[in-house]
Design a protein around this ligand. Sequence first.
Ligand code: HEC
Ligand code: HEC
Length: 159
Amino acid sequence: MRAWIVLAVISMIALTASAQPTVPAEPFHDTLRGLTPLDEEAKPPLIAPVDNRDVIRARAYAQQPPTIPHKIDGYQLDRNANRCLACHARSRAAESGAVPVAVSHYTDRTGETLEHISPRRYFCTQCHVTQADAKPLVANTFTDLPDVRLPPARQTVKK
Ligand code: HEC
Ligand code: HEC
C-alpha cells in the first residue's frame, strides 16, 4: 500500500514537471524585417523613388513637420553649410519662393526668439522627410484634429 502511494506521488511530480508552461512558437514578425529571424539578414525592400512634383501635402496633424515636396539630392547639410536655409531662411524666402521656416525654428528651448535659426532646428532632415509613394508600415486608427475636437457623436472616424 505504502509503495503504491509513493509511486503515485512520484508520477504526479513527473506529470507537473512535464506540464511546464511553453512559449507558443509564434513566428517573429517585425515591420521592417518581416518574418526574417534575428540572426539572418533581411532582404530590404526597394527604396521608393522621391516625389519631385512641388505639391505640398496636407499635414496629418497640426504639429507635423511638413514633408518635403522636392528632391534634396546633393543639398549639403552639415556643420559647414546648410543648403536648405539658402532658400528657406526667412531672409531668403522672397527671393527663392520657398516657404519660409516657421518662427518656431528661431525659438530656443527657453522660449526666446533668436535672430538666427535655433541650433535644435538646424538639421532639417531630423524632422522633415521627402515625399514618396510608400505604403504605411503599420496600420493605425489615428483621428485628425477637426475630428478630435468634435463631440464623439459628430466624429466621422469612430474609435
Ligand atoms: C533651391 C531652393 C530650395 C532648397 C535648396 C530647398 N528647398 Fe524646400 N522648398 C523650396 C520651394 C520653392 C518650396 C515650395 C514648394 C515647391 O515648389 O517645391 C519648398 C518646400 C519645402 C517644404 C514644404 C513646406 C510646407 O509648408 O509644406 C519643406 C518641408 C522643405 N521645402 C524642406 C526643405 C529641406 C529640408 C531642404 C534641405 C534638405 C530644402 N527644403 C531645400 C525650395 C527649396
Ligand atoms: C525638431 C524638428 C524640426 C527641425 C530640425 C526642423 N523642422 Fe521645420 N518644422 C517642424 C515642425 C514640427 C513644423 C510644423 C510646426 C511649426 O510650424 O513649427 C515645421 C515647419 C516647417 C516649415 C513650414 C513653415 C510654415 O509656416 O508652413 C518649413 C518650410 C520648414 N519647417 C523647414 C525647415 C527647414 C529648412 C529646417 C532646417 C533648417 C527645418 N525645418 C528644421 C519641425 C522641424
